[in-house]
Design a protein around this ligand. Structure first.
Ligand code: GDD
Ligand code: MN
Length: 352
C-alpha cells in the first residue's frame, strides 16, 4: 500500500524542513511520497521543496495559473500515485505523528479516516471560547443541513486520509471551501472513522484563511444542499406548508359557516386536518425516498414536530414582544424559526 501525502502550501518555507523530517520519521517503514502543491508562493516554498527532494521522497508542484486551497488538494489527488491519500496542512498544526493512526483505520477497513478535533481526546489549543463556539456552530449548521454527514463530528478538518477510490471518480468542485466536506458529500465511500488529535499552534508564518470565512462556508453548505437535493426538499416542504394554510382556513370557514361550530373549538379539527394534509404530501412527495420508519411512527413524529414548532413559535413571540419588539415582527420571526425547527425535526427524525 503506497501512501501519498498531499500538502497544499502558500508561503510555508519556514515550516517545510521540520514538516518533511517529521513525516519521514512517522512513515519511514512505508512506501510513501509527499506532494507539495504550491501556488507560486512569493517566499519560494516550491523551490525549497524541490531542493529537499534530494533528501526526502517529495515532489513539488508549482501552480501559476490556478490558486486556492481546495483546488490545490484536488490537483494533488490527480498527480498522486499512491493507493491511499493523506491530506494535511504544512504549518504543523496537523501533527505528522498522527498519520500512522489514520492509515491504521484505513487498513482496518475505513474508507475515510479523519483527524478530528471534536471526538473525545481531540482538542484545539489556544482558542478563545467564542472561536470554539463559532467553529462548533458552523459545523452544527453543516451537519443539520446535510443529513448525510450528520454523524461526522469534524467534517471541516483539513487533516484526513482516504482510499484513492473515494475521490477518483468524484466531481469535486475546486471552489468548494471545505474540501473534506465536499468529499464527504460527493465521494464514493462507506465507512468513516475519526481519530482524535490536538490542533496545535501554527509553527511559523501566518494563516491564510480569514475574513469572509463564514460567508464562504455557508455558501458552500448551500451548494452542497442543492447537490444533495436537500434544497428541493426544503422548497417542497414550504409548498406543502402553504397548502396546509389553505386547508386550515377552508375547514375553519366551513365548520363555522355551514356547521355553526364554535369559532374557537372549530379550529382544533381544522388544524388537525391541515396537519394530516401536510403529512400526506410530505410523505408521498417531499420525503418519499427516505421513508424508513413505520407509518404510525412517522405520523406520530410529524405531530410531535408540529407541536414543538407551535411551542417554539409561541415562546419566541412572547419573548420578543416582552423585550419590546413590534408584535407582528415578533410573530414573523417566530413563524420562521418554527418553520426551520419543524423542517429539521422532520428531516432528521420523522424521515431520518
Ligand atoms: N496551494 C495553496 N493555495 N495552499 C494554501 C492556500 C492556497 O490558496 N491557502 C492556504 N494554503 C495552505 C497553507 O499554506 C497551509 O498549509 C494550509 O493550506 C492551511 O492553511 P492555513 O492558513 O494554515 O489554514 P488554517 O490553519 O486557518 O485552517 C486549517 O484548519 C481548518 C480547521 O479549523 C485548514 O486545515 C482548514 O482546511 C481547516 O478547515
Ligand atoms: Mn493553519
Amino acid at each position: 500500500m503506497k501512501v501519498s501525502v498531499i500538502i497544499p502550501t502558500y508561503n510555508e518555507r519556514d515550516n517545510l524542513e521540520e514538516l518533511l523530517y517529521r513525516i519521514e520519521e512517522a512513515l519511514k517503514d512505508r512506501d510513501y511520497e509527499v506532494l507539495i502543491v504550491d501556488d507560486d508562493s512569493p517566499d519560494r516554498t516550491w523551490e525549497l521543496a524541490q531542493k529537499l527532494s534530494e533528501k526526502y521522497p517529495v515532489r513539488a508542484i508549482r501552480r501559476t495559473s490556478e490558486k486556492g486551497l481546495s483546488s490545490a488538494v484536488i490537483r494533488g489527488f490527480k498527480e498522486a500515485s499512491g493507493d491511499v491519500f493523506v491530506v494535511m496542512d504544512a504549518d504543523l498544526q496537523h501533527p505528522p505523528e498522527k498519520i500512522p493512526e489514520l492509515l491504521e483505520k484505513i487498513e482496518k477497513g475505513a474508507d475515510i479516516a479523519i483527524g478530528s478535533r471534536y471526538v473525545p481526546g481531540g482538542k484545539v489549543e489556544n482558542w478563545y471560547w467564542y472561536r470554539r463556539l463559532i467553529s462548533k456552530g458552523a459545523i452544527l449548521i453543516g451537519r443539520l443541513a446535510l443529513p448525510k454527514i450528520r454523524d461526522v463530528k469534524d467534517p471541516v478538518s483539513g487533516f484526513f486520509a482516504l482510499r484513492r477510490e473515494v475521490v477518483e471518480n468524484a466531481q469535486l468542485n475546486p471552489i468548494g471551501f471545505k474540501i473534506l466536506m465536499e468529499i464527504l458529500i460527493k465521494g464514493d465511500y462507506k465507512r468513516v472513522e475519526e481519530v482524535p488529535f490536538t490542533f496545535g499552534l501554527r509553527k511559523a508564518g501566518e494563516s491564510k484563511l480569514s475574513g469572509k470565512t463564514m460567508v464562504k462556508y455557508l455558501k458552500h453548505v448551500y451548494r452542497l444542499m442543492r447537490w444533495e437535493g436537500e434544497l428541493d426538499r426544503l422548497i417542497k416542504f414550504t409548498l406543502v406548508g402553504l397548502s396546509g394554510v389553505l386547508v386550515n382556513e377552508g375547514f375553519l370557514y366551513g365548520f363555522v359557516r355551514f356547521l355553526g361550530w364554535d369559532k374557537i373549538l372549530a379550529n382544533i379539527p381544522a388544524t388537525e386536518l391541515a396537519i394530516l394534509n401536510n403529512f400526506t404530501w410530505n410523505d408521498i412527495w417531499t420525503f418519499k425516498d427516505v421513508r424508513r420508519k413505520s407509518l404510525p411512527r412517522r405520523l406520530f413524529n410529524f405531530h410531535i414536530a408540529a407541536l414543538t414548532g407551535a411551542v417554539v413559535q409561541w415562546i419566541i413571540y412572547a419573548g420578543l414582544v416582552y423585550i419590546g419588539l413590534n408584535y407582528l415582527v415578533a410573530n414573523l420571526i417566530g413563524i420562521i424559526v418554527s418553520f426551520i425547527v419543524r423542517f429539521l425535526f422532520n428531516r432528521h427524525v420523522t424521515w431520518g
